[in-house]
Design a protein around this ligand. Structure first.
Ligand code: IPE
Ligand code: IPE
Ligand code: MG
Length: 263
């Protein structure tokens, strides 16, 4: 029978770990290569301040800025941010319009930081439905940063994992239909190569702000073995200290990948 007795279920690795309080004390191999963040709670944060929901989105851009800069300085290989889901189109037109304007403005205003920190920007998600002017600024930033060799900043915009998986399946079916691919050659690596994240490492750590315990159609294939870290803080409150807290906690996890503990 399942037990809720913490002493019997506790992570065996925890007791053996030295108390590390800051990321600077961690060896490089204890850090995740790829951190993905579901930036949630903008609306709730604004409402709690007596402000309109969109003010939460505006404030959220500051969190994006400080998180990106700090992640790049720590030396993470990749940071993926969930900016807009394919399901977010269910929101009121005015909020969506505001988000598009904000995205466009972000693309222009953050170029200095992106180039200064040697960050390479990529986008995943469907271009269809996004305004041409937003896409143009996004493309400009992607192009400008193409040669950068530091952290990859992957922006998930109009992204939905089920849509991404269905598109990959469709592509594989077309390849089989045209005779360029044998069905027997479709394995995990082949499938992953058809996803929009092809060539990227899978996220090691998935952070969600605002307390919700769900993944909301984000990187369903890629997060198979990601460690999940949820904070009650809303995205506009997220800062360097919370990122460090998540990274330190990640370093204490015992990742078994279906095998047995090595500690
Ligand atoms: C996340 O904050 C931003 C987007 C989904 C674009 P929300 O807007 O979802 O904020 P809550 O969850 O309603 O508080
Ligand atoms: C997930 O947040 C999408 C983004 C952060 C862009 P939502 O606010 O859309 O998720 P649900 O609706 O609470 O699942
Ligand atoms: Mg939300």
């Amino acid at each position: 029978m399942a037990t809720t007795d913490q002493s019997r279920c506790s992570n065996a690795g925890d007791a053996a770990q030295p108390a590390v309080a800051v990321v600077a004390d961690l060896p490089r191999e204890a850090l995740p290569r790829h951190v993905a963040i579901i930036m949630d709670g903008n609306g709730r944060w604004a409402q709690a301040q007596g402000l309109p929901r969109v003010e939460g989105h505006r404030q959220g851009v500051s969190s994006v800025r400080r998180t990106t800069e700090h992640a790049a300085r720590i030396g993470l290989e990749q940071l993926t941010l969930y900016c807009l889901s394919s399901e977010n189109w269910r929101r009121p037109a005015a909020e969506l319009e505001f988000l598009m304007c904000l995205l466009e403005k972000y693309m222009i205003e953050e170029r200095d930081l992106i180039m200064r920190e040697n960050i390479r920007v990529r986008m995943i998600g469907r271009r269809e439905g996004l305004p041409a002017s937003t896409l143009a600024e996004l493309d400009r930033t992607v192009e400008l940063s193409r040669g950068n060799t530091g952290m990859t900043l992957c922006l998930a915009i109009n992204y939905g994992a089920r849509d991404e998986i269905a598109a990959a399946a469709r592509q594989l079916a077309e390849d089989v239909g045209s005779g360029t691919l044998e069905p027997a050659a479709i394995d995990e690596a082949c499938f992953a190569s058809k996803l929009s994240t092809a060539g990227m490492p899978d996220p090691d750590l998935l952070i969600r702000t605002a307390g919700e315990m769900r993944v909301s159609n984000f990187l369903l294939w890629q997060i198979s073995y990601a460690e999940i870290w949820v904070t009650q803080a809303c995205w506009p409150e997220f800062d360097e200290a919370l990122l460090e807290e998540a990274l330190v906690d990640f370093a204490r996890r015992d990742r078994r990948f279906g095998g047995l503990s090595t500690t």
